[in-house]
Design a protein around this ligand. Structure first.
Ligand SMILES: Cc1ncc(COP(=O)(O)O)c(C=O)c1O
Length: 381
């Protein structure tokens, strides 16, 4: 069977190389070396670790396989992955991006890109006409998140690809929330898929990592050139931990998603909760569209409490979730979006986007769901 034909759970376990080619060891070791001997003065397969390292290549091959791409890249963080992909743009270019974005992406796009002479329009990408109207003769790329973070807005990826093809734009999707197991953007025609592998792919809240996959050979070459030139690569040790995390993604995601669906349903019925966002709920606004391009609802739920005071009480009383700005770990993570994940966004922009101080994001981990619910109920009562 061709490697590419294996089903996702098999690919996760066997990844790029399922054993160390040099020794047959069951895992690809941590090749902790900055440079490589040039036998007789001639470089072998590897010459210097910024350009290539077997531990890093393991996760680069893994993400390419999982996303159905031809090439993968591993970076020191999700933001480095995003910055490295956006380095494809040049001074004078224009970018159209989803308005509802992870706060760090928002900061990079609105704070760093303009300094490099790259302008950006943040638009509601759930509105296809708004995207079309935002395109100018200088527009070079679309930067998307679906489901968006934290309000689970669903962008029609097929429609975005069609618009991009009409205007010769590169399509970039942050696929962190879904992972390649639930959403495979390259199959839908998206050019570049990005992950904060710090989240579900790593899965244990112990590394920062970013992954990128592409299909197009030329894009792959340009990203490789920049990765080597800029050098913000994932370290061998973090590559090893990421490879280890990826192996269990399917079972972790299945379990987290199962519990998230049930907790989302229970939260909708709780008197302290005003609104719940989760693609798996029957009345979720973008449900049909989401399930036309993704195979699951994921393990993250956002919910808004009725009173601001209740936020303090909830954060002060829950015992199980770590209260932090992250997601996708084995432990449940509760985020106050206003002050944590979206703290970089000015208050008036957050309000305009619909992010209130009463909004919380719950990344559901692997704890027993009844323990989680009892804990949340105490916090909410
Ligand atoms: C959707 C999304 N994209 C990108 C990032 C940035 O990734 P990192 O923190 O690994 O730099 C995050 C971090 O929270 C995220 O949630």
């Amino acid at each position: 069977m061709n490697r590419k034909d294996y089903r996702p759970a098999t690919l996760l376990v066997h990844q790029g190389k399922d054993r160390d080619p040099a020794t047959g060891a069951a895992t690809v070791p941590i090749y902790q070396a900055s440079t490589y001997h040039h036998e007789g003065g001639t470089a072998g397969e590897y010459d210097y670790a910024r350009s290539g390292n077997p531990s890093r290549e393991q996760v680069e091959e893994a993400i390419a396989l999982l996303e159905g791409g031809t090439r993968g890249f591993a970076y020191a963080s999700g933001m480095t992955a995003i910055g490295s992909v956006l380095a494809l743009l040049e001074s004078g270019d224009h970018l159209v991006a989803s308005a509802d974005l992870y706060g760090g992406s928002w900061r990079f796009i609105t704070g760093v890109l303009p300094q490099q002479g790259i302008s950006c329009s943040l638009v509601d990408t759930t509105d296809t006409d708004a995207v079309k109207s935002a395109i100018t003769p200088r527009t070079r790329a679309l930067f998307l998140e679906t489901p968006s973070n934290p309000l689970f807005q669903i962008t029609d990826l097929r429609a975005m690809v069609e618009i991009a093809r009409q205007h010769g734009l590169i399509t970039i999707l942050d696929n962190t929330f879904m992972t390649p197991l639930l959403q495979r953007p390259l199959d839908l025609g998206i050019d570049i898929t990005i992950h904060s592998a710090t989240k579900f792919l790593g899965g244990h809240s112990d590394i920062l990592a970013g992954l990128v996959a592409v299909n197009d050979k030329d894009l792959g070459k340009r990203l490789k050139y920049f990765q080597n030139a800029f050098g913000a690569v994932l370290s061998p040790f973090d590559s090893f931990l990421l490879s280890r995390g990826i192996k269990t993604l399917q079972v972790r995601l299945d379990a987290g998603q199962r519990s998230a669906g049930e907790l989302a349903r229970r939260l909708t019925e709780h008197p302290a909760v005003g609104r719940v966002w989760y693609p798996g709920l029957d009345n979720f606004k973008g449900r049909q569209l989401h399930f036309s391009q993704a195979s699951g609802a994921g393990a993250v739920v956002s919910f808004e409490l009725r009173e601001e005071q209740q936020v303090k009480e909830l954060l002060g009383n829950v015992k199980l979730p770590i209260i932090a700005p992250s997601l996708g770990g084995v432990e449940t993570i509760l985020t106050h979006c206003w002050s944590m994940s979206h703290g970089a966004i000015p208050a008036e922009d957050k309000i305009r986007q619909g992010i209130s101080k009463r909004l919380l994001r719950l990344s559901v981990g692997l704890e027993d769901i009844e323990d989680l619910w009892e804990d949340l109920e105490i916090g909410l009562s």
